[in-house]
Design a protein around this ligand. Structure first.
Ligand SMILES: *[C@@H]1O[C@H](CO)[C@@H](O)[C@H](O)[C@H]1NC(C)=O
Ligand SMILES: *[C@@H]1O[C@H](CO)[C@@H](O)[C@H](O)[C@H]1NC(C)=O
Ligand SMILES: *[C@@H]1O[C@H](CO)[C@@H](O)[C@H](O)[C@H]1NC(C)=O
Ligand SMILES: *[C@@H]1O[C@H](CO)[C@@H](O)[C@H](O)[C@H]1NC(C)=O
Ligand SMILES: *[C@@H]1O[C@H](CO)[C@@H](O)[C@H](O)[C@H]1NC(C)=O
Length: 556
């Protein structure tokens, strides 16, 4: 009997080994390189991503000079240059309510040997909606003399707000060495709402490490902001700020002491906003020569619920599996959050701390992403079980974005002043492009077969779908997410948003009925991607226009 029990076990063991491998997460290296350092990335159509670099000596050429803008084709994994006039280095951007991408701010400088560069500080770069899947005929529009920001801004943040326009926050007036010593402590809008920028006491207080403030449009139309270790809710309509508790334990999270932050998924009926802030460093912003590439980053994540009760309770602390400076937090359509990129020690920016690695202020790149599950119990939310290693350091000036296909595009990294340093350097200018493919990319997926081009707010829509037999299970978990894929720059995904919609699948599993968010405060009007997830298997995204598609400002 004992023997047969043993053989039963070994039978199970061999069955387990022989069974087809459960598909896991995979990094996939693309043959084509990005051509420019993709330090900013934004999905602008179902097939196209705009990359921006600084005006530099990138290998990709246009009009006989190095390009610093490019279009990445998600279908073919190929790149083509974009002609940019102003220096887009360390800019921000977003999609507007009419589908146009606006890139804002940038670097005051030109670059030796690259002649055609205008200063980017007040830059406003317009990429109109592009219907060509390959980007044929789609170009950037710039007219720096007449179309520019009110104030000079290097390292600003920007988000689409409830009326479909951009709120632009902070930045610096000059090419700073490390901290923000010439701050643009103000807010402005694109299109303009007034002729002068709005002064911000919050930005004043959060100096000197307050570049790229982490900001979110809340479902009541107000804006949450975190910079340094301070946070507020800003009321755009009343132009007032409400001070929230500081992040605990002296953790600072904005450039050059970069952590990251994300607005967790919003769910009907109440769309209660919760913010998660992860990484950064437990240090005061002191003399950079007292900081080191080996200064440990923090493992801390801090989470707050933005209701009266939640604010009274304050920040709840939990910990990542490893310390991370410059992590990026990205929504996954099933409501989890991907924590990717960054390093275990050091800081953002280039060669200012006492012992840079080559030119890098950071060291010990983190290669394995983690998953954060918002509704798991505290202490059990973060895991990297089964997550692969990227094999490629993605430190300062890297980017990552969810794509309409449902996987992640990972590119960039360059803690150097140009692209010609090396070879043999530990953190080179990185042109290799990867996707990070979730397990559902390797199985039969549900499909959204068709959607209206435009979706009105607070309405119910029924669309045709197909569901593979493998997922046709009674009681399967169905999730429909309406997402803004965000603008990735400097370890922050501005405007990124996931709003779950109430949804049901018909008896015959051939149609899906969902209800759009009540108004543009819950999901600012503009381009959106809808994903259908059944038991954690996610469809490709359907690219739609949430709202009227009118130019901003618009309330529908
Ligand atoms: C690029 O340079 C070549 C050779 O110098 C010249 O013939 C060509 O006209 C230039 N093209 C542009 C767009 O300036
Ligand atoms: C926030 O940062 C300031 C300046 O670095 C520091 O003095 C303060 O103690 C920090 N607050 C908390 C709650 O850690
Ligand atoms: C590129 O950077 C290196 C080191 O930072 C510097 O020596 C070199 O002059 C730079 N090249 C250009 C063209 O700026
Ligand atoms: C949404 O529509 C329902 C009726 O379907 C209505 O009762 C409700 O007031 C609407 N909400 C908004 C925010 O317009
Ligand atoms: C969208 O609005 C912006 C801001 O007013 C404008 O610059 C752009 O041309 C508009 N695009 C379209 C397609 O209407």
């Amino acid at each position: 009997m004992k023997l047969s029990l043993f053989s039963l076990f070994s039978l199970f063991a061999s069955v387990a080994v022989a069974a087809p491998a459960v598909p896991g997460w995979r990094f996939d290296l693309k043959a084509e390189r990005s051509g420019i350092v993709a330090l900013e990335a934004i999905v602008v159509s179902p097939t196209l991503v705009v990359f921006f670099d600084r005006a530099s000596d990138d290998p990709l050429q246009i009009n006989n000079h190095s390009a610093w803008g490019a279009l990445w084709n998600l279908e073919t994994s190929t790149v083509r240059p974009l002609d940019v006039l102003t220096n887009s280095f360390c800019a921000s951007g977003a999609l507007l309510s009419n589908g146009t991408m606006a890139s804002v701010g940038g670097d005051p400088r030109g670059f030796p040997g690259n002649p055609d560069i205008e200063p980017g500080l007040q830059g406003l770069r317009i990429f109109e909606p592009c219907a060509s899947p390959t980007g044929d005929g789609c170009t950037l529009f710039e007219d720096p003399q007449t179309l520019h920001l009110l104030e000079s801004r290097w390292y600003p943040s920007s988000i689409r707000i409830f009326d479909g326009s951009l709120l632009i926050v902070g930045g610096t007036h000059v090419n700073e060495n490390f901290y923000n010593l010439h701050p643009a402590n103000s807010f402005e809008f694109f299109p303009r709402k007034e002729d002068t920028p709005r002064p911000s006491a919050f930005l004043e207080r959060s100096l000197p490490a307050n570049l790229f403030p982490r900001i979110f449009a809340l479902p009541d139309g107000k804006v949450f902001m975190v910079a340094g270790n301070q946070s507020i809710i800003y009321d755009i309509e009343a132009n007032t700020e409400r001070i929230l508790p500081d992040l605990p334990n002296n953790v600072h999270v904005t450039n050059p002491i970069d952590g990251s932050a994300i607005l967790l998924p919003l769910s009907p009926p109440d769309f209660v906003p919760e913010v998660l802030v992860c990484g950064g460093t437990q240090t005061d912003p002191i003399d950079p020569l007292l900081l080191s590439s080996q200064t440990p980053a923090t493992t801390q994540c801090s989470r707050i619920t933005l209701t009266e009760e939640g604010i009274a309770k304050g920040w709840e602390v939990e910990h990542m599996l490893e310390p991370r400076t410059m992590p990026e937090l990205v929504h996954i359509p099933n409501g989890q959050v991907l924590i990717a990129n960054g390093a275990r020690s050091g800081f953002a920016a280039i060669k200012q701390v006492q012992d840079p690695i080559g030119n890098s202020n950071s060291d010990h790149a983190v290669l394995v992403p983690s998953l954060y599950t918002p509704d798991a119990p505290l202490g059990l939310r973060i895991s990297n079980a089964g997550m692969p290693s990227s094999g490629i350091a993605r430190v300062y000036h890297s980017s990552i974005t969810l794509t309409p296909q449902g996987n992640f595009l990972v590119a960039g990294s360059n803690p150097n002043a140009n692209t010609t340093v090396g070879p043999g350097i530990k953190f080179p200018s990185e042109f290799r492009v990867q996707t990070l493919d979730p397990p559902f990319m390797f199985v039969e997926r549900p499909k959204i077969l068709n959607t209206p081009e435009k979706l009105a707010f607070n309405k119910s829509f029924t669309v045709p779908i197909s569901i593979p037999l493998t997922l046709a299970r009674p009681g399967a978990k169905v999730q429909v997410s309406l997402m803004d894929l965000g603008f990735s720059s400097h370890a922050f995904h501005s405007s990124a948003r996931l709003v779950f919609m109430d949804a049901t699948i018909s008896q015959n599993r051939k149609s899906l009925t969902f209800t759009t968010p009540p108004n543009g405060r819950v999901f600012p009007p503009g381009p959106a991607t809808i994903f259908l997830t059944i038991d954690d298997v996610t469809s490709e995204g359907a690219w739609v226009m949430m709202g009227s598609g009118n130019s901003p400002p618009t309330l529908e």
